[in-house]
Ligand binder design. Structure first.
Ligand code: HEM
Length: 262
């Protein structure tokens, strides 16, 4: 299948000097907590990283309280919560990971922002990704904001929700033309629209319209998938500067070594 056009988003973490916006990560955490966690897990993300600098930066006591109050949706997936010493189930602590959640068959979101690409081509050259990034967060923003009324070609009872970004879902035969081409972009996804706008109340007074909520949760999921992004970018930049200086020194050394021969 094919997905519709995906818009570039100017995230704070774009570019060689980009870093996460702490307030945005906290808003995204709120969306994840209040909406997405009902179906999705974040099984590779330890609660304690919510306190990390460069991440959401929550104070340690808030992280403890957050972990302890986290609703455990899928008992079966969280057997480690059984404390054999105490002989009972215990609450989550900052040393636990966010629980897995397989209740709805929804995929784990820990690495989703790096598992999907928003930009492709042109012609398989990857030039769009070179300039705009891979586009995982943009894919998520797009997915969350492109639920549409199903097209007229589709039977009324076709299962799922029509989404013009999601390309991997079901697609009715009635919407495929005689050349085998899809007549409409996207496909039918098993996730009902999770966000409509004004789904949460932000403490920082930031706009909670659909697009802003989608950007915030996409930024949070990018942090979840790549918590050390700033350190990686800094190491890369240090490497490039180092190699540039080394090149100059080697060039000058080379000139001096060969000077008597010339
Ligand atoms: C799939 C994000 C809320 C159920 C997905 C995918 C993403 C995502 C990125 C993967 C799409 C792909 O494979 O390309 C989110 C976010 C949410 C949210 C950010 C909160 C804002 C929910 C909720 C439910 C749900 C509340 C259940 C009521 C599912 C299911 C799938 C899915 C079942 C698999 C769909 C399929 O493959 O057809 N979600 N989700 N999600 N989500 Fe969510």
């Amino acid at each position: 299948g094919e997905s519709g056009h995906i818009e570039n988003v100017r995230f704070s973490f774009d570019g060689p000097f980009g870093t996460y916006d702490q307030n945005q990560l906290q808003r995204g955490l709120q969306i994840y907590t209040e909406v997405c966690s009902a179906c999705h897990g974040l099984r590779y993300v330890p609660f304690r990283t919510l306190a990390d600098e460069g991440g959401p930066g929550l104070p340690a006591d808030q992280v403890r309280a957050y972990a302890l109050s986290f609703p455990i949706m899928d008992e079966g997936a969280n057997m480690h919560l059984y404390d054999p010493d105490a002989g009972e189930l215990r609450g989550l602590s900052e040393n636990d990971h966010f629980p897995a959640n397989n209740a709805m068959d929804a995929p784990d979101l820990s690495l989703m922002a790096k598992a999907r690409a928003g930009f492709h081509g042109p012609y398989g050259l990857g030039i769009n990704q070179f300039f705009k990034g891979i586009g995982g967060p943009e894919y998520i923003v797009s997915l969350l904001t492109t639920y549409e009324d199903p097209p007229a070609c589709a039977p009324e009872d076709f299962p799922g929700s029509y989404n013009t970004t999601f390309a991997a879902g079901g697609f009715p035969a009635e919407c495929i033309d005689e050349h085998g081409r899809h007549m409409v972009p996207g496909s039918w996804i098993g996730m009902a629209p999770p966000l409509y706008g004004e789904d949460v109340e932000y403490a920082d007074g930031h706009s909670n319209d659909l697009h802003h909520e989608a950007e915030d949760v996409a930024a949070f999921l990018m942090w979840a998938a790549e918590p050390k992004l700033a350190a990686r970018k800094q190491a890369g930049l240090t490497g490039v500067v180092f190699l540039a200086i080394l090149s100059v020194l080697l060039y000058l050394t080379n000139k001096r070594i060969w000077a008597p021969v010339k």
